[in-house]
Design a protein around this ligand. Structure first.
Ligand code: ZN
Length: 434
């Protein structure tokens, strides 16, 4: 790196943010006459890091109406199907930054769609703490019909901490560290299934306080009644920590994780650690088979691509269409002309996270050049966190105003600062090491 005495540095200020409920998932006990064979299968439909409700525009991959169809098909095969999202979903997104009925949308669209889809469990991710105002997160909690697990994060006041909660039916429902649900299959095999949730501590806010995720996981595990037959984990951790968690609690057969945006699966001893692709481009379908007599759990996992071969589930598709319409109207009233061309790309601009988060990419160069162009103090360089580019798509042809908002939905300010070369080096080194 070229040594600089002093220079102005341009940074995009990023907004980071983070959530619960206690709905018990109890499958229909559709028992039929027969002998309890002591074996039960539980199906988990896993998503993680979902910011978009619709398929990507370039390749038509993803889309929550399709995930809802997969869920219905799994439920038809096995009533003991549980749908989970391993954190990061109320922010960021284009729709989330817009206004509707005088208020910022801020993830309301996602909770609405996930309620209709029939989501059962989430764990808080760091992006659930993106919004500065606690009222935004609280509104999303209150609106949601699913359970938010939050083992190692607490709501913090001036002199107190407490569990996050939902306002529900005039009372409150806490976001539990863990919970146990009772499941029964057709021949009457009944188990108590435990789940706990832990997350990274990077979604910092004055009203949130974290404890150590590993201690929280161990505490949750120890709290389960001996009658709990099998325990699974829902996490939003770096993959190395997911592996550590699995090694620490080898009796947990399945760790469903998030935070990483590319699909990956590992066997740690006999346990499975899995993450799907962000934005529901894929989902994991795990079949957990538990033999009560032997006390043995086995997991089979299938990664399913969410593409145009899967039909939209009508009810979810209707809710998504409602929000897409709100998006277009709101963009218009915010002064954006969604379809207005900004430029024509000579070649496709690859903004997929698998590329831009791991290597120098033309998308980053284009944005930093634009930052330098609009800066006031003619800075020597511009810095951009690749995580602030959210479109996760290949853009080509005409780049519209909507594409720009899709690329940079956080909407933070550009900040110009002076710093020494040593500080720049430290900043860049931190970027590489994270
Ligand atoms: Zn995350």
């Amino acid at each position: 790196m070229k040594a600089c005495k002093t220079f102005a540095l341009v940074l995009i200020a990023l907004i980071f943010f983070a959530c619960d409920s206690t709905k018990k998932v109890v499958a229909t006990p559709n028992a039929i006459p027969g002998k309890d064979d002591g074996i039960i299968e539980v199906t988990f439909l896993q998503m993680n890091d979902v910011y978009e409700i619709s398929p990507s525009l370039s390749d038509n991959i993803g889309g929550l109406a399709r995930v809802a169809t997969i869920r219905k098909e799994l439920l038809a095969k096995n009533p003991n199907t549980i749908t989970v999202l391993a954190g990061d979903f109320i922010s960021p997104s284009v729709i989330g930054t817009l206004r509707h009925e005088g208020k910022r949308i801020r993830g309301k669209q996602m909770v609405d769609v996930l309620n209709t889809l029939g989501l059962d469990w989430v764990v808080f991710g760091n992006h659930e703490f993106d919004y500065d105002d606690l009222a935004d997160l609280q509104a999303r909690l209150d609106e949601s019909n699913f359970t938010w697990l939050a083992g190692n994060v607490r709501l913090k006041g001036a002199t107190w901490t407490q569990q996050f909660f939902k306002n529900r039916n005039g009372g409150t429902e806490i976001c539990p560290d863990n919970q146990v649900v009772t499941l029964k299959d057709a021949d009457g095999t009944t188990i108590n299934l435990g789940v706990f949730g832990v997350l990274v501590d990077t979604g910092r806010k004055p009203w949130a306080v974290y404890s150590d995720w590993a201690e929280s996981a161990q505490k949750s595990y120890a709290e389960f009644d001996p009658k709990t037959d099998v325990v699974v984990a829902l996490t939003h951790l770096n993959v190395d920590d997911d592996k550590k968690l699995s090694a620490m609690l080898p009796e947990v057969p399945l760790v469903m994780g998030g935070h990483d945006h590319d699909n990956q699966i590992y066997k740690i001893g006999k346990a499975t650690v899995a993450k799907a692709d962000a934005n529901a481009k894929t989902v994991y379908i795990h079949t957990l088979r538990y033999d009560k007599n032997k006390g043995v759990a086995t997991v089979k996992s299938e990664l399913r691509k969410v593409d145009g071969k899967i039909a939209d589930e009508p009810a979810t598709a209707t809710v998504i269409a409602k929000w897409e319409k709100i998006k277009n109207e709101s963009l218009g009233s915010a002064g954006f002309d969604a379809a207005k061309p900004v430029t024509t790309l000579k070649q496709p601009l690859d903004c997929r996270e698998g590329i831009i988060r791991h290597q120098p990419a033309p998308a980053g160069a284009a944005i930093t050049e634009a930052m330098l162009f609009v800066s006031k103090n003619k800075p020597d360089c511009a810095l951009l966190n690749s995580g602030s580019i959210r479109v996760d798509d290949v853009l080509s042809g005409t780049l519209t105003e909507l594409d720009i908002v899709r690329m940079l939905p956080f909407g933070g300010a550009i900040v110009e600062v002076e710093m020494r070369g040593s500080m720049l080096r430290k900043t860049l080194d931190t970027g590489v090491s994270e």
